[in-house]
Design a protein around this ligand. Structure first.
Ligand code: FPP
Length: 256
């Protein structure tokens, strides 16, 4: 896609309105991408970095508020040691390398997950990069690291109990406010690459009304044109939040 085509599609998406405020992505298929080329799995993750760069830039240009990327799950520790450590090193190096680019593009880095469980060097890089980008006001790039949707809910319940809430005081708002994502809007659009039809323990509470878009494209091949396809598909959908189409269009005459 040349620059002119890119700008044209971006203008079309912006003109249509109703942009997703928050996009979440399950970046899947790095291993398969590498295997197909006779490479080690880590080469797939390394190539996936270029997809991250392109998608972050495109989301910033479109004015998306939050992009959450599922970079490492609590289950991913079960992978071969070699791959886990290579991923952690890749994360650390990427954070140090990308901070200037984040600052040039007004990107604020955040992270969700049991961050205290990350290896020291990766954790330090993460907190260093978050500190360096904290005053940026554009896209929030939210990395899910050592993240699991169920442990997130467990951690929220623990904090609520520690604070001494009474049962009748606990409602959906209180739970949302104690999740790692407190203060962020729920995702409007979930993108999953490599064709799998699962949510894989990602943002379980927050995805109650999220629209899901799945592509067979493997993550290292994913580029902004695929992101645009997902957003345009989202813009064509009708989000009903449990209501009828007539209610949404105001045609039900107030009937209950
Ligand atoms: C899933 O593919 C991908 C991951 C577990 C890691 C994602 C990490 C990156 C894209 C690295 C760069 C990102 C940042 C934020 C530095 P998979 O290995 O499960 O693929 P497979 O299903 O084909 O085996």
């Amino acid at each position: 896609m040349n620059e002119l085509e890119d700008k044209e599609i971006q203008e079309r998406i912006k003109a249509k309105g109703d942009l997703p405020r928050h996009i979440a992505i399950i970046m899947d298929g790095n291993g398969r991408w590498a295997k197909m080329r006779g490479l080690e799995r880590i080469e797939g993750h390394r190539a996936g970095r270029e997809s991250v760069r392109d998608v972050v830039r495109a989301c910033g240009e479109l004015g998306i508020e939050v992009l959450t990327l599922y970079a490492f799950s609590v289950e991913n520790w079960r992978r071969p040691r070699r791959e886990v450590w290579a991923l952690m090193r890749l994360l650390r190096d990427t954070l140090y390398e990308e901070v200037d680019e984040f600052n040039r593009n007004n990107v604020k880095l955040m992270a969700i997950g049991r961050l205290e469980g990350l290896p020291k060097a990766s954790r330090e890089a993460l907190f260093w990069a978050m500190e360096r980008t904290k005053d940026n006001t554009g896209l929030v790039l939210n990395l899910a690291l050592n993240y699991g949707g169920r442990v997130e809910i467990v951690d929220a319940v623990r904090r609520i109990l520690e604070k001494g809430y009474r049962p009748e005081e606990v409602d959906e708002k209180v739970i949302s406010a104690h999740l790692y994502t407190a203060g962020l809007p729920d995702p409007d659009l979930l993108i999953r690459t490599s064709g799998e039809l699962r949510v894989s323990n990602f943002l379980l509470w927050q995805m109650a009304y999220t629209e899901i878009w799945v592509t067979d494209v493997l993550w290292p091949d994913f580029r902004r044109q695929h992101l645009y396809q997902a957003i345009e598909a989202y813009q064509r959908r009708e989000r009903r939040f449990g209501m009828t189409s007539e209610q949404l269009r105001g045609e039900d005459g107030g009937a209950r």
